[in-house]
Design a protein around this ligand. Sequence first.
Ligand SMILES: [Zn+2]
Ligand SMILES: [Zn+2]
Length: 172
Amino acid sequence: MAERCEACDGAGGRWIASLGVTLCAACAQATAGHPERPPVRLADVLAATVDTLAFTHGSDTPVPDPRGAGGTACRACGSPSSWHRTVRGRWMLVEPGDWPTRHVPTGKRWRIAGDGTAVNLGASSPTDSCRISHFDVCPSRPAPTDSAFLLALWRRHTHAAQANPASHDDGP
Ligand SMILES: [Zn+2]
Ligand SMILES: [Zn+2]
């Protein structure tokens, strides 16, 4: 029962329950040993902190895609995801589900605050699980190169979009 690795498409993939993806030994090791010394950009962390403070003073930007009501589908690939506003006031699609924080590269770890704001966790890992942006795994974007786990999800979305090309037709 050899399965394909969802990250590198190699043989010998094994289901990794904690991640919800199938990885070969090499990719599993790569992601499990994900270094905690990633490209932390201090400026980003500081900016996010400042934005967080500013954000508490006003929050009445309308949702860009009100069809969603909490959930929608990526226009590019049709994958289910949900819009959240970041502390910087930008909107981003967030993947459904929680993911093991240690398998997600620093800078791509998010959490959704009580008011629905997407907060980048930066270098901190206060919880065992985190959210990830759909933009990091959307097949309309370049494949992620910093994580076998994210790459596996990216490939999964790619296959899903190819198998169901009409799913992202917005229609009139
Ligand atoms: Zn692999
Ligand atoms: Zn997408």
